[in-house]
Design a binder for this molecule. Structure first.
Ligand SMILES: Cc1cc2nc3c(=O)[nH]c(=O)nc-3n(C[C@H](O)[C@H](O)[C@H](O)COP(=O)(O)OP(=O)(O)OC[C@H]3O[C@@H](n4cnc5c(N)ncnc54)[C@H](O)[C@@H]3O)c2cc1C
Length: 492
């Protein structure tokens, strides 16, 4: 037995039950090549994380995960072979919930569903994503994931990090001894927190998360238009957002099989303000002559009515609260479900996301990586300028790559600011098409790069950092000279 194996065996013996996950035959929904793992350690608390990291012998490469649901980008797989996964799901304390300051201190195992549930009925809500309620707030934030309200890294006001020598540091706005915190997002002096997003410089063991004031009114405006008008509609909606008629992340779904596009705009805030903004948005939509159908889906008191309750575990009977249903609504069942999901997520409630996953994958979150029904799923996530012409061009690129490879990719516009779009391009494929889907993914990287459109977030087969290699190397040498942490993650 070599030094690394005996180190691992020592740790497996020291961790109590549940501390070492089994080395079973793993799969991942992206159907990326399964990496060779040396083992998986699930520490119980921050002290154990520190000891594991500090005691790592030469040759140990630890790959931290929070809940490991990084679907479409690699799930639980490390970038390289030979890693020991440091699974932090058992660090699952909500250490603080301050409903005056609007902040929570959470550990990596705290899921978005759990924190959203704790906030139910309060004046604050969490910026939730469209992924499962069982995904980690920290895991998504350190990937710079995108919530329905804003990019998740904007929610972070403080980080607790274990450095490669086991030292624990707290950065940003951290609660004082009396638990008081001012959740300011920046540090005084050089910003250190961003060094730990999309990096391999430390293990994040807790974060201060900024909550959002819950709007007293929330309307979702749904606008449909033909793909031939995509460029003009995007430019029109961009101006509506720039003029603050729309809040949160504006979404445009482009149907894979047809020519119809659907935009969802959130209008919210004080009820009077929301009513006026909604009226203005509808008038602009009508005056533009671009949209075929415009309708308002209203939630009178978003998230305050206890919508979450025990919903995390409930089944489809949670249904479609408050939406017109069936034939009267004129919406298909899929459209109704999507609209309801978005409306709830915008109100900080991710509980129906699980139903959507179930509908797509035929299983809930814990089964997705077992490739149910032989289905795979991939993401390509380029940034585009928020311009109609760019979105229309991107649609053509996605179609061309799909046609060349015999795969089907769906581009969804997520406007994360007035000037930037995160284009979430996803592909669901049968196992028999896995090779073609991965070839398409390579091509998408290449074709979009030719237009200067690079992804903001990467899968494990396309990891590389954008910064100057020399600076990145110096940072790695300073923070982790022995290369203990997450080899290959956003590295050059
Ligand atoms: C249908 C569907 C919808 C989705 N919708 C969204 C969406 O709206 N927005 C979105 O952003 N994503 C979305 N996703 C993608 C994905 O499911 C989420 O991003 C999910 O939150 C990531 O998994 P996780 O939270 O378990 O993070 P993890 O998988 O635990 O972490 C992600 C990565 O971050 C690093 N990391 C994790 N924890 C730590 C730590 N403590 N210290 C250091 N490094 C760490 C690791 O390298 C890890 O691989 C969606 C996926 C699907 C299938």
């Amino acid at each position: 037995m070599n030094e690394v194996e005996s180190w691992l065996r020592r740790w497996a013996g020291r961790l109590d039950q549940g501390g070492e996950a089994e080395l079973d035959a793993r799969a991942n929904v992206g159907m990326f090549r399964t990496r060779r793992l040396l083992g998986t350690l699930c520490p119980r608390d921050v002290e154990q994380v520190r000891e594991i990291v500090a005691s790592a012998v030469p040759g140990v490469s630890l790959y931290p995960l929070s809940t490991g649901h990084n679907w479409g980008l690699g799930s639980r797989e490390p970038v390289h072979d030979g890693a020991v996964v440091l699974d932090l799901r058992r660090l699952n304390r909500v250490r603080l919930l301050d409903l005056e300051a609007g902040a929570a201190v959470v550990e990596p195992g705290v899921t978005q569903g759990r924190l959203a549930q704790l906030l139910c009925g309060s004046p604050y809500m969490l910026n939730v994503t469209a992924s499962s309620a069982h995904t980690s707030i920290i895991g998504n934030a350190v990937e710079r994931g995108v919530g329905l309200r804003r990019q998740r890294c904007e929610d972070v006001a403080g980080l607790e990090v274990v450095l490669a020598d086991g030292e624990l540091v707290r950065l940003g706005s951290w609660p004082d001894a009396d638990g008081r915190v001012v959740p300011y997002r920046h540090e005084v002096g050089p910003a250190l927190m961003p060094l730990f997003a999309q990096s391999n410089l430390g293990v994040v063991t807790a974060a201060v998360i900024r909550l959002l004031p819950r709007p007293r009114a929330l309307r979702l405006v749904r606008l449909t238009f033909g793909a031939a008008r995509l460029a003009a509609a995007v430019d029109e909606l961009r101006d509506c957002r720039a003029q603050r008629l729309v809040s949160g992340v504006l979404k445009i779904y482009q149907r894979p099989d047809g020519e119809e596009c659907v935009a969802y705009c959130c209008v919210d805030g004080d009820p009077g303000l929301a009513a006026v903004a909604c009226g203005l948005l509808l008038r602009r939509a009508a005056d533009s002559g671009l949209f075929d159908d415009v309708r308002v889906l209203e939630d009178p008191v978003p998230g305050l009515t206890g919508g979450l309750g025990d919903g995390l575990e409930r089944g489809p009977e949670r249904g479609l609260r408050g939406l017109e249903r069936g034939p009267e609504s004129g919406l298909s069942a899929d459209d109704e479900q999507l609209a309801e999901q978005l409306r709830r997520c915008l109100g900080g409630d991710p509980s129906c996301n699980e139903l959507v996953l179930e509908r797509w994958f035929g299983t809930r979150s814990d089964g997705i990586d077992a490739n149910p029904g032989g289905a795979g799923y991939l993401f390509f996530l380029p940034l585009l300028p928020f311009r109609g012409e760019a979105v229309a061009r991107a649609r053509v690129l996605v179609r061309e790559v799909g046609e060349e490879t015999g795969t089907r990719w769906h581009p969804t516009v997520n406007a994360i600011s007035c000037d930037v779009i995160d284009l979430a391009v996803s592909c669901r494929f049968p196992a028999s098409a896995a090779t073609s889907a991965h070839r398409a993914l390579d091509l998408l990287h290449r074709r979009f790069a030719e237009h200067g459109w690079r992804p903001y977030r990467l899968d494990i087969d396309h990891m590389s950092a954008g910064g100057p290699p020399e600076v990145l190397r110096r940072l790695k040498d300073a923070f982790d000279p022995a290369g203990v942490l997450a080899r290959g993650r956003y590295e050059r």
